[in-house]
Ligand binder design. Sequence first.
Ligand code: ADE
Length: 347
Amino acid sequence: MIEREQVSQERAVTPETTSQDQVQFENTLRPKTLEEYIGQAEIKQNLHITMQAAQKREEPLEHVLLHGPPGLGKTTLAHIIGRGMGAQVKVTSGPAIEKQGDLASILTNLKDGDLLFIDEIHRLRPVIEEVLYSAMEDFVIDIMLGKGPSARSVRLNLPRFTLIGATTKMSMLSSPLRDRFGNVYKFQFYEVSDIREIIVRSAQILECEIQEDAALLLAQCSRQTPRIANRLLKRARDFAEVHDHKAISLQLAQKSLDSLGVDALGLDSTDRDILKTMIEKFNGGPVGLNTISSALSEEQATIEDIYEPYLIQLGFIDRTPRGRIATDRAFQHLGFSIPSKPQHKLL
Ligand code: ADE
């Protein structure tokens, strides 16, 4: 039940932020339709069917949950869904919704068919999550009017909206919330060939020439992540412009990567520091995330959410119940000799 006083004047979703977001979105390298979107074939296929079916039935799309590591295109896809459904997208995030009233205000300002995109939905407070349950399931919320003995509850009907939740941490979502999403899509790291295609497409939009081998090199160093691919492309373009090169050549791409400290697998100095700390200070582990975090003076959440997923994907870190372990591959990549394994006694 929401107390009326909690409905704050400052909304977590303001028309300004939404329109600014939309302008920014339109002006970036992000694809605007499913056809333009490269990679994540399975998600695209399923989404295409669900969207078509909803449109045929003239119903709003069932709620959508997008999960996976950062930079893989969750926000982009939310905007593509909005465009495809001819719907307005209101954007907010878990941490921006502080009070139940903030959410009530967002929900009551939606229109039929609108999409509400909540980024980092795992960071919603439990009391706020509870308001979402009835909103998602029955399109109603309960508001408390007044206080004390004269308080009474009023049920408000909401427009039939679609919630799109995005999270990098599926495990932090409560099961009642998870269960209320009809469409759940898991993002995978991209194939290098898809990343290469994204780089070529982005280079065209940026009107910068890039040679084929250079596009492949940047793709191989992009951590299988479009956001990083576009970042590396922009830095290589800077290099080309400053050195008066007409096109990004392989040599120029390599120089730009070297200056950024990005190695052949796309690891940067922080990735290498994480692995080196595990190897040099803790003999490769097992070591707790909090210990790694204090040894590096790097926030635990940054290591866990930004760096670790790709190191796990590469098979450089294993998560075990006793802590993180640097694998033989990590030792090899950093030029350490692989430690001999403890010999098990024969019975
Ligand atoms: N730019 C960023 N992500 C992209 C994707 N998945 N497809 C095409 N262009 C992109």
